[in-house]
Design a protein around this ligand. Sequence first.
Ligand code: 5AD
Ligand code: SF4
Length: 458
Amino acid sequence: MTVTLSAKPPKGLFIRTYGCQMNVYDSERIRDVLKPLGYAPVESPDAADLVVVNTCHIREKATEKVYSELGQLKRLKEASGGRMTIAVAGCVAQAEGEELIRRQPAVDLVLGPQAYHKLPEMIARASRAIGDRLETEFDTIEKFDALPKTREADGPTAFVSVQEGCDKFCTFCVVPYTRGAEISRRVDDIVAEVRSLAVQGVREITLLGQNVNAFHGAAPAIEGQGVWSLGQLCRHISKVGGIERIRYTTSHPRDMDDDLIAAHGDTPALMPFLHLPVQSGSDRILKAMNRGHTADAYRDIIARVRKARPDIAVASDFIVGFPGETDADFEATMQLVRDTGFAIAYSFKYSSRPGTPAAEMHGHVPEAVKDQRLQALQALLREQQSAFNAAQIGRTLPVLVTGKGRNPGQAHGRSPYLQAVHFDGPDHLTGQIVDVKIRAASLNSLTGELVSLREAAL
Ligand code: 5AD
Ligand code: SF4
């Protein structure tokens, strides 16, 4: 008689991610944390044993999407005879907690952004039908410490979380409540993660944090006590073999210190792209938002950054229709945009979030006025984005190749300014930095031709 020993089949994992890059990173780490338990990613939720919905709470629309997604998953769970486990992670989980389970009883597990390293334990408890279905304690230090120090790369670019949370308490924002206080990861741990990615071929690292330039992580053990700033961290990471490009996002004007500005001038690996949200160009509104700086202070920072790195692409976020915003306040925002010149920007209508100070303010702006202002702002921003892209025509840019194009013989990559670049080139270029001469530009991408392979020179 022969006995065949077969390995346990993998359990299907489907993760749906909403919101910011921090959530994208967290979803990758959730996948890593679940791998030892035999969970392997599947293409669609109907093939999954476990579905994780990683949620965003930043605006009302984002939260609504979560509930409609959970309604669809409930039907899939019923169709699976109850075999599917549904977990809700991220900021809606943090903000709504038990309310979520009450509103959608098909949800099995609810875990806040600081708790996903506890997911294996929660799944085990759920399968034995014991204990809590809810884990929303703030335990960021524990979370950073509990994360595996190495991880699997997924292409030549990767996010690495270095800081989490926010103490700024902008009056419109839920982040300080959902992500907790600012906390930084230790430099040694960050470097270990970067090294593990570099040996797998990652060339570009984006350092992530809700307030990434507030980073103040414990210095490397060999350097003794003390904390490092983001500028120091960037210089250090630029020395890790294989890492050619560094980016960071998202930053706050108040934390844009001299050393970080200097790093843009003295660290070639630090890419010429700065995402520095300003939200409004009106001092009155900036004050009501509790941003802690004026419009001119923002202009001054941009001028200093441009002095250090003249070609830097500047990106920003804007909110229109904050309570009390007048036509004159909005015009001040338009003027700041005209004065600055943005490569790309994200703009939103103010969305009132329960529990934030702005929700209680007077002078909420009618939806139709918000719509008009958003349209006017976006038209101006689109114009600037097109102009910024068009300005690259004729230049030869170093492009990090991120993958093959739709048709054979086509490839795509990223310019130093984070623009998508399409060009004709052989299939094996992914992960290399090549020179592409830019021939055409549109609102969202550049097209060019391959001039040379730089790798030989590296
Ligand atoms: N309403 C609209 N936009 C918001 N943002 C944050 N909170 C709100 C809100 N209540 C925007 C800000 C921030 C970006 C991530 O989302 O512009 O920079
Ligand atoms: Fe929200 Fe302001 Fe903190 Fe950014 S800095 S996460 S907008 S509170």
